[in-house]
Ligand binder design. Structure first.
Ligand code: FRU
Length: 325
């Protein structure tokens, strides 16, 4: 529990519109509701690194007690994050990183490990031989760099597997589709296509369908529950597998209050990942359904409490009036 709780937390998001980042924000808001007196300032850079730098500058000028940031690209955001840190503002880096070690804490999964898991999984479903195409995220964003490095390492022991092509899909479905269509002859000979996120994996499947290419296995990353998420895509066999990439929204806010309240905290908060495929997707969906319904119960209880508080307050008001008159 925080003592002063008049803190202002700034959150600079690289791009806010996709399901994964809306889920992150929901998780943050849920955890923030336990600290009703804290201020939360949110800015969405819409995938523009220069805009993100400006937004962080404005937060620093207006005054924040702590910065949470998911940097669009590592290099362009490094300077401003170092500046915040050097001013004594604690910085929590979430999901994407800067190129610098000047931050207070990191929250997110290990993207190198996720890439490696994907490589080992591809190697095993190919039984050691075949052609792969890799659809990478935005150049210069740390998960794209780390997933790519991990993927190569995961495939290292498979000497009969070739990565026939690598394209950048910038984390976006349309960009991924455009790049894949450009290399149509190569994807005709592919056995597996690994996309760095499920959004691009979805685009990959669409391109394969449009070009009437069959039998290619598609792997993605994120495995979000709910409508339009990766779990559903795996369950419906739209994609073959996905690695869970937790958003860390809740953990970031928890870490923020530990830092602000001068409690002990971990500098590296690594979240777990696991492969989801046809062998475990039903189980995962069931578990999520249960958690989701419990969440709804909690929300119902909260609004009941709120109603009772209002009734109590108006009764106090009536009592005061009676006492005064
Ligand atoms: C969402 C997203 C995710 C991906 C992550 C990498 O904006 O593209 O799909 O896992 O960012 O930073």
């Amino acid at each position: 529990t925080d003592k002063t709780s008049q803190y202002t937390i700034g959150f600079s998001q690289c791009i806010g519109s996709d399901l994964w980042r809306r889920t992150m924000l929901d998780e943050m808001r849920m955890e923030l509701s336990l600290h009703p007196d804290a201020q939360f300032v949110y800015a969405d850079a819409d995938g523009n690194s220069a805009r993100q730098v400006e937004q962080v500058k404005k937060m620093l000028d207006d005054g924040i007690d702590l910065l949470i940031i998911s940097p669009n690209e590592a290099q362009p955001l490094t300077g401003i994050v170092e500046q915040a840190y050097s001013k004594g503002i604690p910085v929590i880096v979430i999901d994407r990183k800067t190129s610098s070690a000047l931050y207070t804490a990191y929250v997110g999964a290990d993207n190198y490990q996720i890439g490696k898991m994907a490589g080992e999984y591809a190697g095993s479903i190919l039984k050691g031989s075949g052609n792969i195409v890799e659809v990478m995220g935005l150049p210069g964003s740390s998960p794209a760099i780390e997933r790519d490095r991990g993927f190569s390492d995961g495939l290292k022991k498979y000497t009969d597997i070739t990565i026939a092509a690598r394209v950048y899909g910038d984390w976006l479905k349309d960009s991924a589709k455009k790049q894949l269509i450009r290399i149509a002859p190569v994807i005709k000979n592919a056995n597996v296509i690994f996309a760095h996120n499920d959004v691009m994996a979805h685009g990959t499947r669409e391109v394969l369908d449009e070009l009437k290419i069959r039998g290619v296995k598609v792997l993605g990353v994120d495995a979000l529950p709910g409508n339009g998420g990766g779990l559903q895509m795996v369950a419906s066999k739209n994609i073959n597998a996905s690695m869970i990439y937790p958003t860390g929204g809740k953990e970031a806010i928890m870490t923020a209050f530990r830092i602000l309240n001068k409690e002990s905290f971990a500098r590296e908060n690594l979240l777990q990942s696991v492969v989801i495929d046809s062998s475990n997707v039903q189980l995962m969906k069931m578990q999520w359904g249960k958690i989701n319904s419990q969440q709804k119960d909690i929300e119902r209880q909260q609004s009941l409490l709120e109603e009772q508080r209002e009734v109590y307050n108006s009764q106090q008001l009536v009592l005061n009036v009676i006492v005064i008159s």
